[in-house]
Design a protein around this ligand. Structure first.
Ligand SMILES: [Zn+2]
Length: 78
């Protein structure tokens, strides 16, 4: 079983590019069995969602202050 640290690293890698099958299986298993990491996975998905929205045209209507606040919140999470 991989450690939570390895899991978090591989999870973010898996969002950037396709992992080898063995690693994907290990990530899947750990994510299914480890409660803290389930929460982490949800947080990461949320962060990515917010980042995408910020990159959208809609995000462009956010005030500079709101963007800064979100950037800080995201930096705290990672
Ligand atoms: Zn874990």
């Amino acid at each position: 079983m991989m450690t939570c640290k390895e899991y978090s690293k591989l999870l973010s890698e898996s969002m950037e590019h396709q992992l080898p099958l063995g690693q994907r299986a290990a990530v899947f298993l750990h994510g299914a069995m480890c409660t803290p990491c389930k929460g982490y996975k949800r947080t990461l998905a949320m962060v990515r969602q917010v980042s995408r929205e910020l990159a959208d045209d809609e995000g462009a209507s956010l005030s500079e202050e709101a963007r800064e606040r979100i950037r800080k919140a995201l930096a705290d999470l990672t």
